[in-house]
Design a protein around this ligand. Sequence first.
Ligand code: ADP
Length: 257
Amino acid sequence: LETVVFNLQLALERAEQSGELQRRALALERSNAELERFAFVASHDLQEPLRSVTSFAQLLVKRFGGLEGDPKAAQYLRHIQEGTQRMQNLIQDLLTYARVTAEPRPPARQDTNAVAATALQDLRASLDATGAAVTVFDLPPVMADGTQLRQLLQNLIGNAVKYRHPDRPPVVMVTGEQRGSWVHIDVQDNGIGIPSEYHERIFTVFQRLHARDQYGGTGVGLTIARRIVERHGGQLWVSSDGSNGSTFHLTLPAATD
Ligand code: ADP
């Protein structure tokens, strides 16, 4: 009998512990959601004062011809404009991040090729400026939120062009195939590559391994990309030998009809 009572007590303790764990997980989830909400509101409310700084800087340029007569003042003005542009990009990225974190709309059948074509349209300026050759091979249809799929492809193809090798024009290949109920998509580039110790870290928010002065960027794009893929139940990872380009691999649910 003693053993039975002892075991019962043990079972009760465990049950209590697991209840406590559940409570803690719930509290953590709630504070996480609150934090994300805070980041969204803060980013959103920063837009207005930023707009005013940007437009007054523009007014200065217009009114005083960019302050050319005073090289120091002209340089300060340039710093203000670069700073506000960086801030604008960061706010845009944080808002996009918050948006994809909110529940995605119910996934619908997407013609992945058509969505990839719109993503390329969004990137037209940087593709033209760099002479990038982007080939999208026939991609099977997927079940996804169309806006998020477009954002995902835009982030990955955009990076493939942005982190190009200085000695060769960017060549990007987007391929896909259906395996069972999943579509596997690869975005392969011939850029500067990513050393293996960064393969996981680059998906963390604000993590960048290449100088911002040289490449621009906020360090949020891949966090958004991974969040989108995971919200659809898939996975996103990278392979690269660190010098001969990188390939980003992802999975999304295949279209059912
Ligand atoms: P960013 O806005 O800085 O481009 P991302 O989250 O999109 O932010 O990427 C994080 C970092 O991962 C980048 O700063 C860059 O160092 C690296 N990276 C991303 N894509 C590539 C790529 N295709 N080739 C090489 N490095 C990349």
